[in-house]
Design a binder for this molecule. Structure first.
Ligand code: KE4
Length: 425
């Protein structure tokens, strides 16, 4: 495959953009090589600047559950933009999408829209501290919640892939209030509550870990967090930026029947445009300015173009059987991959929930941070590049989720499985 143009553009980008990328997750640090510059996407496909076509399983890291350039999403964006891209004043579309979110999540009575998942979780932490009057928070090793200071401690995703889970520039005064738990190990959280029974404002968790690769919650783990936070008058924050509207229309809370006190959303609710949100009970959200003393604001929060994209996306996700079909397609992909890896006698562990999954080059179970880090990342890197050569674009990191969209056809799934067979050969 000729990828000369990507290489040239990458060289030029590196002169004027740090690392040539606007997000480290895109710099292929974990797999090596030069990132592809993409020019177009349609449905399940993307094209790079050299005209090479790929079946895409990154899906913009999650937002594109309907695939690239979905007709109804694109026309909603163009129609909204034609009437003005932003007013800095309330618009009806904000009512519309807020209603969709409130109706989808039993635990959300009120919701505030922001511009990214980072803003959503940063605001949710501030809200939990304002509401409880407490300063400490608990997050999990390998959990990634965006790049706000308090959360860049033992962070996952690109921070992990680039060896900066504790980011430079995060001062000790921030980090000292961030306590670390071990995902799927309830005792690690109990220990913090025993040490600080009155000081923990919240526990923030990806209910299905996506940023150390996909690691589902083990039986009782989420309920255990729910009970612990309730017992200590602490808030349970579910960071559903990935899982929200992904694993069910009502996210992980619908799938596992656990309600969070504050829910963070992003990605899918923007349909590919910059959107984040945080919500909870009317009582908790009454703390948020202008109602209460916790301040949070944003020039482009709730702008009509992004809201239009989100509305057009969520409306299509209400159609019957969307999630069953997504899950079935992902299941057949996983089964096919498991088969070709077994034929090639290469150990593979696939963790999957619905249409989000990760290929771990590991013979055993991957249930948390320890087993994730014991997986063979070099093996993943080689497989990533071979699949690229076969026209399949996987996430360029073993610490990410890959996604199946409604636009992935059965033929795409079959083609991916035979590509894997060739890649392994
Ligand atoms: P953003 O600020 O990137 O919109 O959202 C931050 C965030 C919050 N919570 C979870 C669970 C997330 O996964 C994310 C962002 N995810 C990463 C990749 N898994 C985005 C990719 C990137 O950083 O470029």
């Amino acid at each position: 495959m000729n990828r000369e143009r990507s290489k040239q553009l990458y060289g030029a980008a590196r002169e004027i953009i740090p690392g040539g990328v606007n997000s480290p997750a895109r710099s292929w640090g974990a797999v090596g090589g030069n990132p592809l510059f993409l020019t177009r996407g349609s449905g399940s496909r993307v094209w790079d600047t050299d005209g090479n076509e790929y079946i895409d399983y990154v899906c913009s890291w999650g937002p594109l559950i309907l695939g690239h350039a979905n007709d109804r999403v694109v026309s909603a964006i163009t129609q909204a933009a034609a009437d003005g891209t932003s007013f800095g004043a309330p618009t009806e579309r904000e009512n519309e999408i807020a209603r969709l979110v409130v109706d989808a999540y039993e635990s959300i009575e009120m919701v505030r829209f922001v511009n990214s998942g980072t803003e959503a979780t940063m605001s949710a932490l501030r809200l939990a501290r304002a509401y409880t009057g407490r300063s400490k928070i608990v997050k999990f090793e390998g959990g990634y919640h965006g790049h706000s200071d308090a959360l860049l401690v033992a962070a996952g995703s690109g921070a992990l892939a680039h060896g900066v889970p504790d980011s430079a520039g995060v001062t000790a005064s921030f980090a000292q209030d961030t306590l670390l738990g071990v995902f799927n190990d309830l005792s690690s959280v109990e220990a913090h509550f025993d040490a600080f029974p009155e000081d923990i404002a919240c526990v923030i968790v990806e209910p299905i870990a996506g940023n150390m690769g996909v690691v589902p919650p083990q039986e009782g783990f989420l309920q255990g967090l729910r009970d612990l936070t309730e017992k200590h008058n602490s808030l349970l924050i579910f960071d559903e930026v990935i899982t929200g509207f992904r694993v069910e229309y009502g996210g992980a809370q619908q799938r596992f029947g656990i309600t969070a006190d504050i829910t963070c959303l992003g990605k899918i609710i923007g349909g590919g445009m910059p959107v984040g949100a945080y919500g909870g009970s009317a009582e908790i959200m009454a703390t948020v300015a202008p109602l209460g003393g916790m301040y949070q604001a944003g020039t482009l929060s709730g702008n009509p173009v992004a809201m239009a994209a989100g509305i057009a996306t969520l409306e299509q996700l209400q159609e019957p059987d969307v999630y069953n079909a997504l899950g079935a397609k992902a299941a057949s992909l996983a089964a096919g991959l498991q088969e070709v890896f077994a034929e090639a006698e290469v150990p593979l562990r696939i963790n999957r929930v619905g249409s989000m999954m990760t290929l771990f080059f590991n013979a055993g179970e991957v249930t948390g941070w320890e087993t994730v880090s014991a997986s063979d990342r070099e093996g993943f890197g080689r497989f990533f590049h071979r699949m690229l050569g076969e026209g399949v674009y996987l996430p360029p990191s073993p610490f990410e989720a890959m996604f199946v969209s409604t636009a992935h056809s059965d033929a795409d799934i079959e083609a991916t499985i035979s590509a894997a067979r060739r890649a392994l050969a």
